[in-house]
Design a protein. Structure first.
Length: 106
């Protein structure tokens, strides 16, 4: 797939977990497994540039930044609770067998 990179294996992401990875272009990406669906968002909180992967994936599908508690919808990147005002960029993800492939930031 053009522009997609193998950044993890499915086995690296148990349900409810987060994993910080980096694309070859230097983009910091947070992979998540929410109820069996693996996705990817920017790993940098839009509020204060803290790693989203150091936070929590909550039962309702929100990603909570560990620093100031900003919350984002893991599927859309939209802000669910401040202090963040800007959404997280969302990356396209494809699963190829056991490999998690992440595309370029749209």
């Amino acid at each position: 797939m053009n522009g997609y990179e193998h950044l993890a294996d499915v086995s690296d992401l148990r349900d409810g977990t987060l994993l910080g990875v980096e694309r070859a272009d230097g983009d910091e990406v947070c992979l998540f497994n929410y109820r069996g669906t693996i996705g990817a968002v920017s790993n940098i909180c839009t509020h204060a540039e803290f790693l989203i992967s150091d936070g929590t994936l909550r039962n309702d599908g929100t990603l909570e930044c560990a620093w100031h508690g900003a919350q984002f919808d893991c599927r859309t990147g939209q802000v669910c609770r401040g202090p963040a005002e800007d959404p997280l960029p969302v990356y396209p993800v494809e699963i190829d067998g056991t490999r998690v492939l992440v595309g370029p930031r749209p």
